[in-house]
Design a protein around this ligand. Structure first.
Ligand code: FES
Length: 176
């Protein structure tokens, strides 16, 4: 099933927000990522058609942003911020805890397909580091105890109450 077939209404709503259609590129790529957690080549070609872009133009954007995955990821995609402010308060240590707990380093997925670990650039929560984003949720001011609980809760129940809020796309300004 194509993106348009599955998400036609949502695509139309996204397109309606932007007077210049190519501005909808990242929201559409993010929508495509909902399918299986990564963006397929077929989806990029379809989005190029929708926005009247060439497939390489879509690929260039998709490969630039770390929140867009071009390869399959685990059920829970752990993205630890490694930029300066988080590095100063221990992002390397957080990666070490996760590595010790799950046996995977950045760029790797656990054998059961449950967790993928990625080290990423700033996630805009610089004052509450060290922090990580798992799927759409933030986890901030991480400690070893918190990381243990987050991983255990996700594994056993699929969610964790320690999340501090979902990642949100900013609402674009509307004319009129
Ligand atoms: S430096 Fe980590 S969120 Fe900005």
């Amino acid at each position: 099933m194509t993106l348009s077939e599955k998400y036609g209404t949502e695509i139309a709503e996204i397109l309606s927000r932007y007077p210049v259609k190519r501005s909808a590129l990242i929201p559409l790529l993010y929508l495509a990522q909902r399918e299986g957690g990564y963006i397929t080549e077929a989806a990029m070609i379809e989005i190029a058609g929708i926005l009247k872009l060439t497939p390489p133009q879509v690929y260039e954007t998709a490969t630039f942003y770390t929140m867009l995955n071009l390869k399959p990821v685990g059920t829970f995609h752990i993205q630890v911020c490694k930029s300066l402010m988080c590095a100063l308060v221990g992002s390397d240590t957080v990666i070490g805890w996760i590595k010790a707990k799950l046996g995977i380093g950045p760029g790797e997925t656990t054998a059961d397909g449950l967790f993928t670990l990625t080290a990423v650039e700033c996630l805009a929560a610089c004052g509450t580091g060290p922090m990580m984003q798992i799927n759409d949720d933030y986890y901030e001011r991480l400690t070893e105890e918190k990381v243990d609980r987050i991983l255990a809760d996700l594994k056993s129940t699929g969610s964790c109450a320690l999340k501090t809020g979902p990642f949100m796309w900013p609402e674009p300004a509307r004319n009129g």
